[in-house]
Design a protein around this ligand. Sequence first.
Ligand SMILES: Nc1ncnc2c1ncn2[C@@H]1O[C@H](COP(=O)(O)OP(=O)(O)OP(=O)(O)O)[C@@H](O)[C@H]1O
Ligand SMILES: [Mg+2]
Length: 335
Amino acid sequence: MDRPPPPAPAPSSAPTPLLDRRLVIVTGKGGTGKTTIAAALALAASRAGKRVLAAETGPDEHLARLLAPGSPPVGYLGRELLPGLRVMRIDPFEALSEYLGLQIGAPRLVRRMLSNRAFHQLMAASPGWRELITLGKLWHLEQMTDGQGRPSWDLIVVDAPATGHGVAFLNVPSVVASAVRSGPLRRHSQAVEDLLKDPARTLLLPVTLPEELPTRETTELVKRLRDEAGIAIDRVVVNCIVPQPFPTGLAELDAALARLSPQLRCGELPSAGALTHCASFLRGRHDLSLTHIDLVGELTGLPLVHLPFLAAGVTGPDTLEILSRGLVAAEAYAR
Ligand SMILES: Nc1ncnc2c1ncn2[C@@H]1O[C@H](COP(=O)(O)OP(=O)(O)OP(=O)(O)O)[C@@H](O)[C@H]1O
Ligand SMILES: [Mg+2]
């Protein structure tokens, strides 16, 4: 792949540890493992004694299903699925209804207005409002306090939309803040933008795979959000890294097979030539993934968190735990 010039290096001041942020927004190309990593991070933080809110922004409840398989939907109000870990799904219409109810002070009138079909059609055609209202809800959650004035949530983990949408998603407040000169919309957009651009509170956590297209998209994401939009990104998660192709003690199996005569057969096994072909395919795939891992580091200039491919799948908290440990263990390296 063509190599664009590497983005400017990250600021040199020591970044805030992952679990000490207030808002971690997990994003990446579709299917790279955003939901899985958001769930693993939320689990790691709750196991570390933090009060955690995990928020899903898509139409489905994958996050809740992963953290508590078989549990009923959590919806907009959310539910505590594990000790110290609440999960919710931010539905923009519900968030808008809540916001307007608070602003106008007539929840029934607002509900009537929002259930109107023409209003839905109008909103569906208006760009940016979903993003703004979803981010506004996140800002509100970050500001919430308990009875003693402490933040309600130590950490909010967001399972954000896939990269293409993710970039637009995070740019909306700054676009609105620069387009609207005064009034509540301007104040709210500015407050959301301030939260997003505060590196002590907010971190964008990109998730990628050791493959060409995700590598390319991640590089672009880092460039646009860290270098151009000013949102903190201090590490990249490389998910689904496959282990060495051959077991310990047989690391050079492909080379050993290649030294045999290609016609040689051992019992019912295929010829040494066919086995060499299979082994070199596995070696080639593995080497290619290592090349992409190196490229992500080189092109973004960021430390990488390596997470393994779990061949048995990621089915719930037990398997997530392996990825949680990897995320937290990588903390020292990423710092
Ligand atoms: N480390 C891993 N090892 C094995 N399988 C994984 C791993 N990480 C994620 N997966 C699997 O990869 C698939 C995609 O993961 P996930 O749903 O988290 O991706 P996503 O980026 O949220 O996708 P989408 O863009 O559709 O929201 C799922 O089946 C998940 O179980
Ligand atoms: Mg997802």
